[in-house]
Design a protein around this ligand. Structure first.
Ligand code: BES
Ligand code: MN
Ligand code: ZN
Length: 459
């Protein structure tokens, strides 16, 4: 589905955003009967509270939506956008907001209108929004559709989203934006990307492992995005219990998120050189599965002892990161649903990230707050390096004890990555509905990175 605003000249019902402390002043601008009705109905301007007000003909003359107090807005984002699902069906023109608050409301409105309808018809959001004036509505719509791409890819049944289908999705995106793309599989993958091959080789031939390599743009700074594309994670021979495997279609959430981010970058026509690397595999159980205690030699030459086949994400990412570091390096940024430990640490709403450079971390944190895509910096804590050094190989993919699980995974990746490196350990899933975020696949961190690019790359 395409998320879109109504054209700016569409006749529409005024929708006035009202802050609780501006309620009296706003009502004073309305005809007396409407103001009296709003008071009688108990409208207070709570975040996302809506009220439609009748005109003399009995139709809706104007509607109100609450912005919420500062405290409410600290506790939740996209509050105004809840109006998309709460107002009576109709076309609305938002008034009373500007700048970042207007952008948040407009983006949220489109994101609240997202439906995943591949397998079942879904009713559209009843209330539609006219493209707001004073902001770049076309840009907001591009960002919303990029996020919708991420959600669609994650939500798709794993039966319909194997490595081949993930590659096809990347190819479709590349074709849309004139990007170049190559996909390495078979003998060339086994030779050049031994860890990707080892993790993915137990899948049936139609779901064979592959490395997707997309490039776009021919001048400007180099940005390489690397996304974990584990299309289903059974855990491998160290098989997950049913309770942990249930959500593992989302283990390609990193890939889905970097593709969404790439869509934002290419759609905006930023002057940079973009590369997107996605190791796409299924971590399957079979007679050809890689085993606990296998020692594998990575593309970079570092040997890895497999101490848990369920720590497969860092293996496939390692070979992709090594490739990223082979030419000119630039800024490399990976996104991966890498560890359960990250979720224990920060929960589903925050995207934890690691950054080699303090300035990059600061730029990300600042942009994240501005676009309401919350992130939290975690440390590449050098003293824990010893935890990923087992003894008979250079590296251990799953240190015993499980302490600092997200940090040790990040340190593992850093061994393979170019020097200037940012890594997001995302969840990629909204566990229960929230404003503008229905239950299901969700992008995390992509909008923050997109907003930070001018600072990160000097654009
Ligand atoms: N895909 C999982 C991580 C995951 C689990 C992300 C649940 C989000 C929700 C990953 O491949 C994995 O299984 N990691 C293991 C690593 C461990 C074996 C060292 C984990 O986190 O338990
Ligand atoms: Mn796993
Ligand atoms: Zn995984």
């Amino acid at each position: 589905m395409t998320l879109a605003f109504l054209p700016a000249d569409t006749p529409a019902i005024p929708l006035i955003a009202v802050a609780p402390d501006a309620l009296d002043a706003t009502l004073a601008t309305l005809p007396q009967a409407q103001a009296a009705w709003a008071r009688a109905a108990g409208f207070r301007g709570k975040g996302g509270e809506v009220l439609a007000l009748p005109g003399a003909d009995g139709g809706i003359a104007v509607a109100l939506v609450g912005t919420g107090s500062d405290g409410e807005r600290a506790r939740g984002r996209f509050l105004v956008a809840q109006a998309a699902g709460r107002l009576p069906a109709g076309d609305y023109r938002l008034q009373g907001l500007e700048g970042a608050a207007l952008e948040e409301a407009a983006l949220g409105w489109l994101l609240a209108s997202y439906r995943f309808d591949r397998y079942r018809k879904a009713d559209p959001a009843p209330a539609r929004l006219v493209a707001p004036a004073g902001i770049d509505a076309a840009r907001i719509a591009r960002i919303a559709n990029a996020e919708a791409l991420t959600r669609d890819l994650i939500n798709t049944s794993p039966a319909d989203m194997g490595p081949a289908e993930l590659a096809a999705a990347a190819q479709a995106l590349a074709a849309q934006h004139g990007a170049r793309i190559t996909v390495t599989e078979g003998a060339a993958l086994a030779r050049g990307f031994p860890l990707i091959h080892a993790v993915g080789r137990a899948a049936i031939p139609a779901r064979a492992p592959r490395l997707i390599d997309m490039t776009w743009g021919d001048s400007g700074p180099l940005l390489t995005l690397v996304g974990k594309g584990v299309c289903f994670d059974t855990g491998g021979l160290d098989i997950k219990p049913a309770s942990s495997m249930g959500l593992m279609k989302k283990d390609m959430g990193g890939a889905a998120t970097v593709l969404g981010l790439a869509a934002m970058i290419m759609g905006e026509g930023l002057s940079l050189r973009l590369r997107v690397l996605i190791p796409a595999v299924e971590n399957a159980v079979g007679s050809d599965s890689f085993r606990p205690q296998d020692v594998l030699t990575s593309r970079k030459g570092l040997t890895v002892e497999v101490n848990n086949t369920d720590a497969e994400g860092r293996l496939v990412l390692a070979d992709a990161l090594a490739l990223a570091g082979e030419g000119e390096a630039g800024l490399t940024l990976s996104m991966a649903t890498l560890t359960g430990a990250a979720r224990v640490a920060v929960g589903p709403d925050l995207a934890p990230f690691y950054a080699s450079d303090d300035a990059d971390a600061a730029a990300l944190a600042q942009a994240a707050a501005q676009v309401r895509d919350p992130v939290w910096r975690m440390p590449f804590h050098d003293p824990y390096e010893e935890m990923i050094e087992p003894g008979i190989a250079d590296l251990d993919n799953a240190p015993s004890g499980g302490m600092a699980g997200s940090i040790t995974a990040a340190l593992f990746l850093r061994r393979f990555a170019p020097p200037r490196y940012v890594h997001f350990d995302i969840y990629g899933w909204q566990p229960k509905p929230a404003p503008a975020r229905p239950k299901g696949g969700t992008g995390q961190g992509a909008r923050a990175v997109f907003a930070a690019l001018p600072a990160l790359l000097g654009l």
